[in-house]
Design a protein around this ligand. Sequence first.
Ligand code: ZN
Length: 552
Amino acid sequence: MKITFKNAAMRLISVVLFLTINCYSTTYSQNKIYTKLDTLRGTVTKERKWWDLKFYHLNVSVNPEDSSIIGKNSVQYKVLDDYNVMQVDLQAPLKIDKVLQDNNQLEFSNEGNACFIKLIKKQKVGEINEIVIFYKGKPKIAVNPPWSGGVSWKKDSEKNHYISTTCQGDGASLWWPCKDHQYDKPDSMLISITVPENLVDVSNGRLRSIVTNSNKTKTYNWFVSNPINNYCVNVNIGNYVHFKDKYRGEKGIIDCDYYVIPENLEKAKKYFKKEVKRMFDALEFWFGPYPFYEDSYKLVDVSYTGMEHQSSVTYGNLYEYGYRKKDVSKSGWGLKFDFIIVHESSHEWFGNSITSQDLADMWIHESFGAYSETLFTDYHFGKKASSEYIIGTRANIKNDRPIIGDYNVNQEGSKDMYSKGANMLHTIRQIMNDDEKFRHILRGLSKNFCHQTVTTRQIENFISTEAKIDLSCVFDQYLRTINIPVIEYSVSEDILRFRWTNSIPTFNMPLKVKVNGKDIWIYPTTEWKVLKVESDPEIIVDPNFYVTAKNL
Ligand SMILES: [Zn+2]
C-alpha cells in the first residue's frame, strides 16, 4: 500500500486535533547548580525590565602596550515603567568609574558583575533618556577564543599588534558596560574605537569617519543602523589593508568589504570574492535576502578561527576548505567549501537578525547555522551530497544533555544544538516531503522575525503552523530530551508490525521506509501498529530521518 504525503499530513493533523494537549514534555536540568549571580546575569530583572534599549554609543580607547582599555558607553533608553534603579553589567577586573545622567553623577552599587544605578531624575513613561557610564581597566584575556571570550592581544607575523574581542556566552560585559541580556537590542549603535595611529580598527556596520587625534592616535567611528546583539559588537585592531567587492543580491547590491593583514592580501582577493559569492548564492536562496544590506557585509582577518560578528564576520580559517582543513562530516563534502565563511555568515540570518531571547534557546542560532552547511551543499552539489553531509555529522552528536538549556540563568544547552539540531531540521524537512515548502518556511522565518528577539515556542509554532503539521512532539523529543527515537519493527510473512520506543509517550512522527525498494509512509505511535505488505519484504528506513531502526 502506498500512502501519499497529502494523506499523511491530513491524518497527522486529525490525530493532533483529537489530542487535547500537546505532546508530553520534560525539562531536564543541565546538571548545574546556579547562584544568585547567574540569576542576575540571565533574568530579565525588575531593574532591566522597565527600560527599552534604543541606542548605544560605545567610545573606547585601546592601549596595546599595557593591554588596557578606557572609555565610556552612552546608553539611550525609553522608559516603559516608572522605576529608578537600573541594572547594567560589567565584568571584573574592569571597573565603572562614574555614571552620569544630565551631567549629574549617580550613585551605584555592585553585586558581582551587576551594577545597580540609582537614578535621581523621575523616569517618565515614554521618555527617551540617556546615561553615560565611564569605565576602565585590563579586560580578561581570551583563553580559547571564540569559546572562552575576552580580548586576544596577539601579534601578526610582522610583529604588528593583532587584537580582537570575542564574548558570546560570557557576554559583552566582559569588555564593555551594557544591558547584558539577549532579549533587548539597541535599534542602532555607534562604535568609536581609538587606536595607535599606525593601526586600523574594524568593528561592525559602516565606517563613518576616521579622526586623527593629537596624541598619535586615530579614532574609527563605525555605525550600525540595525539592531545588534551585544556579543556581536567587536573590535579588531591590526595592520589591516582593505579591498572591496559587490554582490548582486535579492534586494540589490551588497557592499562587501574585506580587511586582511598584508600577507593574506593576494590570496584573499581571489578567495573571498569567490567564496562569498558561493555563500550568498546558496544562503539567500534558502533563507531569503541578507538581513543587513544597509550595514554591508565584511570578512575580517583574525588570529582565531572565526565568529559571526554582525556585518563583520571574523575569519581565521587558513584560506582553505573545511573547518581548519577538516571535514566535520567526514563525508568528503565538508572539504568542498570554507566552513567558516558559510557557517558564520549563516548566523547573519539565524543569530544576528533572529536572536533567541534567552541563551537557553541558542539552538535557534546553531541548529540553523549548522544546517546552513547542508543547505549550501545541497545548493551547489545536490541532494545526495547534502544528505551524505548531514548524516555524516551525526558522529559528532553526544546526546549528553538536552539541546535547550536552563532558562533565566544564562545557560546554553548541549553542544548537540549544532549537529543534532541540524539533523532535527533535516528530519522535519523529510516529514514535510516538499523542499519548496521547506524553503518557503525558512524564508518565512527570516522575514517574520527579522531583527527580533524570539523564544523557541515562537519558532516551533511558526514552523508547525506554516507546515500545517503539528511538530510539537518532534521538537519536544529532539530539543528537550536526550533520547533518539527507536523504530522497532518485525515482519511476519506479509505483516509489518512497528512502533516507536525510547521516545516521549505521544511521539507519533511519520516515517518513510522502503519496502522492497518502494517508498511508503508509515504512521507509528508508541503502540504497536500493523500494515499488510508483500511477503518477506526487505525493509529499509529512510536514513535521512535521525532515528534508530531495530529489526526485532
Ligand atoms: Zn555557529
